[in-house]
Design a protein around this ligand. Sequence first.
Ligand SMILES: Cc1cc2nc3c(=O)[nH]c(=O)nc-3n(C[C@H](O)[C@H](O)[C@H](O)COP(=O)(O)OP(=O)(O)OC[C@H]3O[C@@H](n4cnc5c(N)ncnc54)[C@H](O)[C@@H]3O)c2cc1C
Length: 639
Amino acid sequence: MKQGESFCNLATYISETVIVGSGAAGYNAADTLYRMGNSEVVLLSEDLAFGTSRNTGSDKQTYYKLSLCGSEPDSVRAMAEDLFNGGAVDGDLALVEAALSTKSFLKLSDLGVPFPTNRYGEFVGYKTDHDPKRRATSAGPYTSRFMTEFLESSLKERGAALLGGFLVVKILVDEHEVKGVLCLETKNSRFCIFWCRNLIWATGGPAVMYANSVYPASQFGSSGLAFEAGCKGRNLTEWQYGLASLTPRWNVSGTYMQVLPRFFSVDEKGIVHDFLRDQFEDSYHMLSLVFLKGYQWPFDVRKISKGSSIIDLLVYRELEQERRVYLDFTRNPIEGDVDFSSLDTDAYVYLKHAGADFGLPVDRLKVMNAPAYEFYKERGTDLEKDMLEISLCAQHNNGGLAVDLWYQSDVAGLFAVGEVAGSHGVYRPGGSALNAGQVGSARAASYIMKKCHDENWVPTCCSREQIEEILALAKSGVGREDTAMVVYRKVRKQMSLHASLLRRYEDIHALREEIAGYLAEFETLQVNAPAHLPFLFRLRDCLLSQVVYLSAMEEYIKAGGKSRGSSLYLCSDGEPLHPLLPPDFRAHLEEENPPSFLQEVSFKGGVCAFSWRAPHPLPLEDDFFEKVWKEFREHGNVY
Ligand SMILES: Cc1cc2nc3c(=O)[nH]c(=O)nc-3n(C[C@H](O)[C@H](O)[C@H](O)COP(=O)(O)OP(=O)(O)OC[C@H]3O[C@@H](n4cnc5c(N)ncnc54)[C@H](O)[C@@H]3O)c2cc1C
């Protein structure tokens, strides 16, 4: 990294490649470039310790790759087909993510991520959701944290430039080509510019948009800035939402449900509602569905009438009425003792085998999964006596920025890797997010190395207006009152209510108009101290993201899109969903399998333009070895 000449009175730095984001994807992009001998790289992050990879986890945080154990056959093609069958997934990207999964996984293992092997060295796997093989593995609850830690150490050993405290507030672009990024230094509220030729955008999922979120509190995302710079969005409507506790933010999947806790809610007056028990006539049916919820996370529209997603919707109904929802592990959900033999056979057999067909939910939890009990205790919630507040939370965005085979976006030189990229569709196997992040970052790095690396490269500036606009916002944005916070709280709460698992056209339309209004008058919003400027710019990104995501949902409904994945679109002429839901809970469910509806959106001058297409098919190329080898000798594989 070199120092450049001052521009718009700001300090400037020059680096051929700038990576933004210190999650598993950003670190791997940097590490891959360094390993290829390219050190013209700087990695920026608002804080090196922020982000989903570093700060999240789950019962058994999963990594998905080609099967590397046992006798069941597996192949790159078979894995690609399974990724493709998630629906609305491009076949060529599915093939890339399958093809590079082993290499990416083994690199992490070699770096030290403790993926378990048996004594013969096999990476023993298990089946995850939407996975017909045993392709999943895990290094425990904190797989992604291990990934960031080992990649970061590797980079530090190489003396890589890793800079925390730099919040990117604008991507600088001219003629649809990236020029650099404008940053706000969080420690002193000063702006500076990094000029670059290649920008790897590894900013993670746009968690900032939702109030109810199981993303860690330190993850905001920056998809809005990328839309503003000209990147297209793809499959933005496709998310995963599910039940999670709020403090700490943690999915209440697996054993937390299998031990059959009691659900209840509390209204504004403090009145307690046993809302689940009160609605099910057959309480053992209710208990069996709660058990099933343990391995049916996230919410899935196909599992409302047959499956456990009705539980999510009944929780949602409580939230809609401004009630807070809790899990109670200190009491059984029905009066008196539970007669376990009256549960559905699967639940009964499982609990009996686990030696957990007795007592209270917390007793069963301690028997079946003591670490799951300890997890909350260590964080100040003792499930022996404390109630656990839960909500329906956003967990993962399957869609994101549209990318090509090398994870380059529509803006020349701007690559999107990790969760911010939209390589998944409606469904995806559990663990494939971490795989996609590693594969995408390695691909972008390889492309840059082969096509966009030149020691004699010199930067070219962008127009001054893009920088002056942001500097003016910073000037007008500090005042006496914190109006920005009021808007921030309001829009995120509204997003969770109207644009998460349950979507009604009128609500989405009204919310999109309201948010577009805040954006149009953004210069009137203020924070009350210069030190809070990062927050002002996060709000700006939040509003930009929300407008584009809401527009995508609105357009999806207008185009006749049906309910699919984790998104339920209510409509008056749809089919009734479940006898326990009000009559207006009607929807059309997507029948195509896999769903083939792929939506792309571009955002220009505050207006969204849409296009629709079928996904690219899985490639069927002639893989005769001598032919590929000749091409590889002549051109490498980047073409
Ligand atoms: C509870 C939970 C459980 C999960 N379980 C699994 C699982 O089992 N398997 C699986 O495959 N996936 C799982 N996921 C998803 C997976 O963890 C994430 O998709 C993945 O970690 C994202 O990695 P990333 O590198 O793309 O982004 P992140 O790790 O989120 O990193 C983003 C980085 O960008 C930085 N950044 C953002 N904007 C800016 C800006 N403007 N300027 C500077 N820096 C910026 C952030 O600070 C951060 O450092 C789970 C997610 C959650 C929330």
